[in-house]
Design a binder for this molecule. Structure first.
Ligand SMILES: NC(=O)C1=CN([C@@H]2O[C@H](COP(=O)(O)OP(=O)(O)OC[C@H]3O[C@@H](n4cnc5c(N)ncnc54)[C@H](O)[C@@H]3O)[C@@H](O)[C@H]2O)C=CC1
Ligand SMILES: O=C(O)C(=O)COP(=O)(O)O
Length: 597
């Protein structure tokens, strides 16, 4: 299996924690081979590919610092192709496992569609991911990671550079002197000290701008609906409402992301509420300002000056009234463009992309839950159990009866906030959906895929007493309102029910319907309902033995002696149709089903 799967590079986000990036590839590969029999299928593939030298291909579509390129080359084939047209990008992407962009490339739905499932990770070498269609990425199971920290200081410094340059007309005066003029009276500026600066968006960049503006002697207020007040207070900044911020500020500096909620947040209506003569800095995204409204506000004298690094359309049209406005200074999206920031961003994104291609859960994932490595290590056998229970449950559903509602129950002695079940839910979803469709499910697209198929997965906890040494006692998967191919899998409550536990690190099936069984979840399973009587195990065992099918485990769960019983038989190989028929023909066997894991 390790040699048949490698080139598919299917699921990079769920891997055995032992295959960690710190392991050299060769030793990681041997871990895979040793544990292969029980490994959840997709956990293996990326590393196997590397071990066989089927290196993944990373397309770097915008200029990235050399240190990042070098890091990528250690693991992947790197194709640096800049200034691609949207069509060229769509053509190239079908040959790539990862794509790295900055703000200048639109990663549209067409890009994901054109990749036909090969693209596993998009790395945004910077903060803003408004140029990436996140819904499309998620729907295609493609992880999006960004580099959220390395350019913070650069952007904050550029904000301050624009603020001070604007206040003192540095750009206009420079152009004037270079054209041979000496206009000292024309370029009298305004002072910053004692003025009120409203920082809109008190995140990483906004708070660094605030800190620096305090150093310039400004009175700093901030608006951010999600920022904690104590973080603001710690640097002497008051958090205020949007209206208060824009109405009291002499200077407004924008530092929020571009989202549907912040799009054109500065518009005719909001400009009308500002102090006459306000000055605006934007190093966030052009789209947070209605640019035509800004031109009107400049012409009406509401806005005295604006300093802009970002534009709705980049580059802006040559005849842009805004850029050409004499009271506007502009830079071509240079906020992150320092040597230091570009080096840092390149390393940050290269590490995140390589990590994702190796199958690690990225710490900077934008469209997937982040699961810390130690949690992953602990949950590993439960992750396997979860997927296999999902696989069993769906195979027990009778064809045509549909599957709309699945209830998952986790029994645990852990406090609810000490057990993150998102990974388990994703794996149950994977197990439920993959056997009945061509869709590939991973942590990124599990919830979306379930929703798209009209499958409602509810989760419930049973709180157990006792020592919470292991994260879970058992997991139960129940499928409601369906008929079963194996009537005994229907519980008293009328639902298909399978339950499993981890014993000595190995997932076991421990309940089917109302019957207690105990069989390791590996290979395949035959479930038989029979009238409990001596010799049954021998009879079925010898039918399988004649076929050379190795039985790994057998267990019988019965209601009462000599009443009905369910026999669960773990087999390493798939029995022939004839052998299965022979089992069905054993007179005491009332029903049976063969289930692949
Ligand atoms: N010009 C450039 O080259 C650069 C631009 N940026 C842009 O700067 C912006 C901020 O980046 P970071 O500080 O790193 O991000 P961040 O995520 O740390 O901070 C953004 C803050 O905006 C807040 N926010 C969200 N909605 C808001 C709303 N409706 N009103 C007010 N605040 C709101 C969030 O709560 C968060 O605290 C982003 O748009 C980013 O793309 C960042 C780096 C370089
Ligand atoms: O990180 C960001 O959000 C930026 O705007 C920087 O963009 P860039 O990587 O310089 O195209």
């Amino acid at each position: 299996m390790a040699t048949s799967a490698p080139r598919t590079l299917r699921s990079p986000f769920l891997m055995t924690p032992s295959l960690n990036s710190r392991l050299p590839l060769r030793s990681a590969f041997s871990v895979v081979l040793r544990t292969n029999r029980r490994a959840v299928k997709p956990l293996v593939v990326v590393v196997s590919a590397a071990a066989l030298d089927a290196k993944p291909t990373v397309l770097v579509a915008e200029k990235l610092g050399e240190a990042g390129i070098e890091l990528l080359k250690e693991f992947a084939n790197v194709d640096c192709a800049y200034n691609l047209s949207p069509e060229e990008l769509c053509t190239k992407i079908s040959l790539c496992d990862a794509l790295i962009v900055r703000s200048g490339t639109k990663v549209s739905r067409e890009v994901f569609e054109s990749s036909a499932g090969r693209l596993k990770v998009v790395g945004r070498a910077g903060v803003g991911i408004d140029n990436v269609d996140l819904s499309a990425a998620t729907e295609h199971g493609c992880l999006v990671v960004n580099a959220p920290t390395a350019n913070t200081i650069a952007a904050a410094e550029h904000g301050i550079a624009l603020l001070t340059a604007m206040a003192r007309n540095v750009a206009q005066a420079d152009a004037s002197i270079k054209s041979g003029k000496w206009q000292r009276n024309k370029y009298v500026g305004v002072s910053l000290v004692g003025k009120t600066l409203a920082v809109m968006g008190f995140g990483k960049v906004g708070s660094e701008v605030a800190r620096r503006a305090k150093g310039l002697g400004m009175h700093v207020i901030a608006h951010d609906p999600y920022a904690p007040a104590d973080r603001a207070r710690a640097i002497g900044v008051d958090l205020v409402s949007f209206d208060e911020a824009i109405a009291t500020a002499d200077f407004i500096s924008l530092h929020m992301p571009l989202t549907p909620a912040t799009s054109k947040i500065l518009n005719d209506g909001t400009f009308a509420k500002m102090k006459k003569g306000v000055r605006i800095v934007n190093v966030a995204r052009g789209g947070v300002i209605d640019e035509e409204a800004l031109v009107r506000a400049l012409d009406a004298g509401i806005v005295a000056q604006a300093a802009l690094d970002v534009f709705t359309q980049e580059p802006p049209p040559k005849d842009s009234k805004l850029v050409q406005h004499e009271r506007v200074i502009a830079t071509p999206h240079l906020g992150a463009s320092t040597m230091e920031a570009q080096e840092g961003v390149a390393i940050e994104i290269a590490e995140a992309v390589v990590g994702a291609l190796k199958g690690e859960l990225a710490a900077t994932a934008v469209n997937a839950p982040m699961v810390p490595a130690e949690v992953l290590t602990e949950l590993k056998p439960y992750v396997e159990l979860a997927e296999k229970l999902g696989r069993l449950a769906v195979q027990l559903v009778a064809g045509g009866s549909g599957m709309k509602t699945v209830k998952v129950t986790y029994a645990s002695a852990r406090a609810p906030d000490d057990l993150d079940t998102r990974l388990l839910r994703a794996m149950i979803t994977k197990g439920l959906i993959e056997p009945i469709s061509s869709v590939f499910v991973n942590l990124v697209n599990a919830d979306f895929t379930a929703k798209q198929r009209g499958l409602r997965i509810t989760e419930e906890r049973i709180s157990l007493d006792g020592s919470p040494e292991t994260p879970l006692d058992f997991i139960q998967v129940q499928v409601a309102n369906v008929e079963s191919r194996f009537a005994s899998a229907i519980s008293e409550a009328g639902e298909i029910k399978v339950e499993g536990r981890v014993k000595d690190g190995i997932p076991h099936l421990t309940k089917v319907g109302s019957f207690e069984v105990d069989v390791t979840l590996e290979g395949s399973i035959i479930l038989c309902r029979q009238v409990d009587q001596p010799g049954m195990i021998g009879k079925v065992g010898s039918i399988l033995g004649e076929e050379n099918v190795n039985v790994s485990f057998m267990s019988v769960g019965r209601i009462a002696p000599r009443k009905q019983a369910v026999m669960a038989i773990g087999v390493d190989d798939q029995p022939s149709k004839e052998a299965l028929k022979k089992i069905g023909d054993v007179p005491a066997i009332e029903e049976f089903v063969f289930l692949k894991l």
